[in-house]
Every structure is written in C-alpha cells, then in structure tokens.
Design a protein around this ligand. Structure first.
Ligand code: PLP
Length: 367
C-alpha cells in the first residue's frame, strides 16, 4: 500500500508543455478508442533515479526498446474511468480513488513500483483540465481516461523491471446506456477460462484481455455478442465479457435477491459493481449478496420462472441487460422486467444522476 512514506512523484512538480496545434474536437460518433485528445501525461521511473517529475505534453507516439519487457512478457497494466460534463457544465470523475487503488494493486502484482494514489489523481485532474474542451456536452457521453503503466525494461531477462513508464491518455466515449438498447446475448462454454485462482483475473493486466479475444470471436461465430465466463467443474458464473455480472431473482429460499459473484481472486473488483452493491444495500428493499452462482442454479431458476433480470456492469456501459445465454446447445431466454420496474433503469438513473451532478454525492470528484 502506498502511504506518505512511499517514494512517489508529486503533482506539485508537474510540468505542462501545451500543444501548439490543438485539434478541433470531433463530436461525431466514431469507433471507441481511436481518436485521442491533444495531450498526454507521462511519468518515468527507474530504480536508480526513482520517479521523475510528471509531464503533460502533446500526444505523441512512445519510443521503447524492442526488448522492452512489457512487449515480451506483458509486464504492464491499465485502468479505465470517465470524466462527465454535468448540466452545470462542471466536470466530474466517479469515485476515482477506487481506480487509483486498484491500479496500485495491479502494480504490485506486476512488480511495478508503488506511487502515491492521490498524487496520480491530481495529475490526472490536471490532464483532464488541460483537455477539458474534449469532454462532450452530453449527458450520455463522456471522456474516457486510460491510465497505463508499463515496464520499459530494455532487456530480455524475465525479471523485476528497473525502468517503467506510467502514462495517461484520453479519448471521447460515446453514448452508452440507452433505454431501448438491445439486451446482450452471451455465449457460455466452459472450454475457455478467463481467470483462475492465484492468477491475475482480479487485476487490470493486459494479458487477461489479449487471451480473451479468441473466445470472444467464437462467441460471435455462435451469433452472440459476448462471452459468459464460467469457472470450475460446477460452471460457476463469473463475468460477462469485460463486465461484472448481477442476477436479480427469487433465490432458492424464496427471497428476492440481487446477487453477484464474490471477490475471490478471479473476479475483477469493478467500481460499478461496488457502487451497485452499496447503492442497493442502502435501499434495503431486498437481499443483496456476494455469492457463488452456477449455471445449474440459473437453469433451474429459469425453469421455475424465478429470474427477474440479469445484467452486466462496468464503466464502459454502466449497466447492460442480458437477454440470451447460449449454453450447452440451448438458447436460454432471460426475462426482462416491465420498463417501469426495471432495476437496471433505476440503478442507471441513480448512478448517472451522481455522475452528471444532478444528485450531490461524495462519489463525485470535481475536476
Ligand atoms: C474493468 C472491468 C470490469 C468493470 O470494472 P469497472 O471499474 O466497473 O469499470 C469488470 N470486469 C472486467 C474483466 C474488467 O476488466
């Protein structure tokens, strides 16, 4: 854990070199993650010199040694969060310290150096402020923030890096949750595993995502949009694509329950997941549980019509209802609630009201 004694860069040392040719701000819908803002944040580290001063500079390509261990061995990690422009025209981040904290946990797992989380958040705040013109004027879009931390160790030895680079880039993120969005279809086949006990599934490390691609394209071949990741002999339900998963149902005990798998090392600890748990526990209207859920429990509940809704959660889409699961040759139809009783709509509204400043909350961090 980073604390005040952790050697770290300081936001007070930040150097800002502004671009002499900022781009116009494209607001049209384009493919996510392809158009980046004018500036980036970079912070270099080496074992001999420690952390260098943070730098905001015009967006540019990196130059890394071809033997760099992030390229060869995946010694790297990333984060994902968004800046939202409120109705009051102020910019807000959503619980960003949770991302900073998760980033430090991933760094520890990747043998990358620790840093002070609030110093990084302040540097990110300054970057977003620098490129604030890029944050869409929309209450359904935002600016996606991608902190990245890579080893720049210029040697082929499989070892703890002596050189690293932490950088942050920004791009516009289009509208996500819309009321009439099609419910997702998922392909569930236990032959692929996203994460395993003792592995890195609870960290945002690139390797977790690169090795999911083949399954993702197989899901598409089977006419589905995403993979439902199963685990173990009992086909535990773990995550949907790159989202955490929630089941709203009447449990085996006849109780209304919102359930999601526990953080046992194979689940990515999502900020949205945590927020949904806290929000709905606070309502106190039904049981909210972190528990194991298996495909056979789900199939049984579907047969007995005990399932109300299944949805995925994550920063990208916030909440995404799931409509179908293809499992062992069967197309399982997941019911959806009537529009006005939909849990997904209610949660999405409460969360977006905080993100866009309509409901005051200490979950919102003003830029
Ligand atoms: C990022 C991510 C999530 C969602 O996390 P949020 O913090 O809510 O965006 C869920 N599952 C996986 C595998 C992820 O990479």
């Amino acid at each position: 854990m980073a604390d005040s004694s952790t050697p770290s860069f300081k936001a007070a040392d930040l150097v800002i070199q502004l671009s002499s040719s900022p781009n116009t701000k494209p607001c049209d819908v384009f493919s996510f993650g392809t158009v980046f803002t004018d500036h980036m944040l970079t912070i270099e580290w080496s074992v001999t010199e420690g952390w260098q001063a943070p730098l905001i500079k015009p967006f540019e390509n990196l130059s890394v040694h071809p033997a760099c261990s992030s390229l060869h061995y995946g010694v790297q990690l990333f984060e994902g969060l968004k800046a939202y422009r409120g109705d009051d025209n102020r910019l807000r981040l959503f619980r960003p310290m949770l991302n900073m904290n998760r980033m430090c946990n991933s760094a520890k797992r990747a043998c990358l150096p620790a840093f002070d989380q609030s110093e990084l958040l302040e540097c990110i705040r300054r970057l977003v402020e620098t490129d604030q013109g890029w944050v869409p004027h929309s209450d359904s879009a935002g600016l996606y923030i991608r902190p990245t931390f890579i080893s720049t160790e210029p040697s082929l030895g499989v070892k703890k890096p002596n050189h690293a680079l932490l950088y942050v880039i920004l791009c516009q993120a289009g509208p996500y949750f819309t009321n009439d969005a099609e419910a997702l279809s998922l392909w569930a086949d236990p032959k692929y595993t996203r994460a395993w006990k003792g592995g890195t599934g609870d960290c945002k490390m690139g390797g977790n995502y690169g090795c999911s691609l083949l399954a993702q394209y197989e899901a598409v071949d089977y006419g589905c949009q995403q993979v439902l990741w199963l685990y173990g002999e009992d086909h535990q339900i773990t995550e949907a694509g790159t989202m955490n998963i929630f089941l709203h149902w009447i449990s085996e005990d006849g109780e209304e329950e919102l359930a999601t798998p526990p953080l046992d090392g194979i689940i990515l600890p999502g900020v949205t997941r945590q927020s949904i748990l806290e929000l709905t526990r606070n309502w106190g209207e039904f049981k909210v549980t972190e528990r194991y859920l298996t495909m056979s429990q789900l199939c049984c509940a579907l047969k007995q019509q005990r399932v109300r809704e299944i949805f995925g959660s994550g920063t990208a889409c916030m909440i995404c209802p799931i409509g179908h699961i293809v499992y062992q040759g069967e197309n399982l139809n997941i019911p959806c609630q009537e529009k006005d009783s939909q849990l997904t709509l209610r949660i999405a509204k409460e969360l977006t009201d905080i993100q866009y400043g309509r409901t005051p909350s200490d979950w919102a961090f003003l830029v």
